[in-house]
Write a protein that binds this ligand. Sequence first.
Ligand SMILES: Cc1cc2nc3c(=O)[nH]c(=O)nc-3n(C[C@H](O)[C@H](O)[C@H](O)COP(=O)(O)O)c2cc1C
Length: 399
Amino acid sequence: MGLLKGSSILLGITGSVAAYKSIELIKRLREEEACVKVIMTEASKNFITPLSVELASGDSVYSDMFRSPLSHVSLPANADLFVIAPATANIIGKYANGIADDLLSTALMAFNGKVLIAPAMNWRMYENPAFQKNLHYLESIGVKTIGPEKGSLACGEEGIGRMADADKIIDSIKASLTAQDLAGESVLVTAGPTREYIDPIRYISNRSSGKMGYAIARVAKRRGADVTLISGPVSIKPPDGVDIINVDTSDEMYKAVMNNINMSSIFIMSAAVADFRAAGMKAEKIEKKEGFSLNLTKTTDILEETGRLEKRPFIVGFSAETGYRVDRAKGKLVAKNIDMIVFNDVAKEGSGFDTDTNEVTIISRDKSGKIQELPLQVMSKEDVASAILDRVAEAKKGC
Ligand SMILES: Cc1cc2nc3c(=O)[nH]c(=O)nc-3n(C[C@H](O)[C@H](O)[C@H](O)COP(=O)(O)O)c2cc1C
């Protein structure tokens, strides 16, 4: 939230069966407090009515160049980003070839900012060499595309051509409006809990939802980084464009980290790895009885192991505590030889596990090595992710 607040999005809707999905997109953009102006092509009105678009956008729809003179110039002049969703083969062909024969195609010609298109069409149209040539040409001049995806198409066939969903388009819109200050960085992020098995059915775990780590992966990707996300078992969707490695136990997470850390320039350990595992996992289900004792042993401290590596990336750890134990977090920063640690009082309301918000203190070293604290107000996990990545980018600049 917040990133799109006040931004002006000019949305073009074209004549695809996916046109109805643009209503959801408009609503989502308005929820994010973006200002949305819409141009509809004549063909698109066969699929959705201008009235439903006006109700969603809270503004008049533009369509006829000669009814609203100079709108082909004034609308693009005031837009931060031009989005075409859905984008037909026709508009992509016209745009690639400089054709301006209606309001949308003319406004595109008159726009010199960033353009994002979400193609949607039958798979044969998509694979047509003439269409592919047009698409590649647009990509070569810096036009961003999102989707299309494979799946069942409106014509009843299976194949590539489905328009990307609103979530993904919103993510791409945010990326298009965000400075690419992490381009060239390879960010390795861990997220979620681990499971330590007692027998094949039962395990020890914790309440981590993975939301914080997923937010970091999403924001790092948006800021231009290559992102690999090592995730424990969670029930949230991975961000688009991120390489995901799914793991279950702390041992699997340790191995996945060690296999990938050499390729990373930034490592952010936000997973809540179990500190203990059962001393010996039983091969068969333990039978129900009055009670039994469970011997626990320590799991590998992944953060500590990475801090010991001779050649290591910039390392960020998390310190989840119950109570205001910033002192413990500072101790971990030093003892584990890492570069930054994010203290998190998970017992506090609006903070920690399974919430959408978090309240953290970012602890790092200044240029002279002195430890400094940056306490942040409670904010969305995406905003916390941005604040952490801001600090990382700043610290790396000084390296
Ligand atoms: C039922 C139906 C569905 C269509 N769906 C698509 C589509 O998903 N993608 C596409 O590129 N064209 C589709 N078309 C063709 C376009 O509507 C047609 O090329 C039109 O000229 C596009 O005009 P526009 O780009 O100005 O909106 C469809 C046509 C019909 C009749």
